[in-house]
Design a protein around this ligand. Structure first.
Ligand code: ZN
Length: 198
């Protein structure tokens, strides 16, 4: 699933134990090494600094980071020592995020032709003042986009499958298609929904 153990995802918590980002095992371990973070054991919430973590023996079935000198466990969760920002609760409006929200599905005919045959359609056309925003943009297949052309859904008689809205998921999960089971203890379920669907 990951090209190396070092690329395995790690959940980053702030000092209040709120999830603020997803990083890689490699970058998280650098933070721990510098004293900027501690590894959290998701089973018992015990904290480990670099020396404690490096001294842990390999657990059964656990993936280890192997160096010429020692072996390290790949952390699944780390908590930052000096970062108190709240997580960014907004999802940026972007082509990539729009594809995720609409799950690569044409919002008019419901087909999933592949990303090359999907376009971003302005529900109210730009020529009529339609804005580029979550509420006015949907994915449309090339065929539906041509058919709808410069008309509103009502004029084109092409109802939307669902009303476009700003997604409720957080950017930290939108940016990564992966999550680990142990993270569920630190992140409210509501934010996983979109990940589970895709
Ligand atoms: Zn279509």
């Amino acid at each position: 699933m990951f090209s190396s153990v070092l690329d395995r995802p790690t959940l980053i918590l702030n000092r209040s134990w709120q999830a603020v980002a997803v990083s890689t095992a490699a970058r998280s371990l650098v933070k721990v090494y510098r004293g900027a973070a501690h590894v959290v054991d998701p089973n018992d919430y015990q904290l480990y600094d670099w020396n404690d973590w490096a001294a842990l023996p390999a657990a059964a079935e656990e993936v280890m980071i192997t160096t010429p000198y020692f072996q390290l466990r790949a952390p699944e969760v780390v908590v930052l020592s000096h970062y108190d920002c709240a997580p960014d609760a907004t999802v940026s409006f972007s082509r990539r995020n729009l594809f995720r929200r609409d799950q690569f599905t044409c919002q008019y005919c419901g087909k999933r032709p592949g990303s090359d045959d999907l376009t971003v359609d302005h529900v109210v056309p730009r020529s009529r003042g339609g804005a580029s925003c979550w509420e006015n943009c949907v994915l449309a297949c090339v065929k539906c986009n041509r058919r709808k052309a410069d008309k509103s859904p009502a004029q084109a008689r092409m109802p939307l499958l669902r009303q476009p809205k700003k997604p409720r998921w957080k950017p930290i999960y939108a940016a990564h298609g992966v999550r680990l089971g142990s993270w569920a203890k630190f992140v409210s379920d509501v934010y996983w929904n979109i990940e589970l669907e895709s």
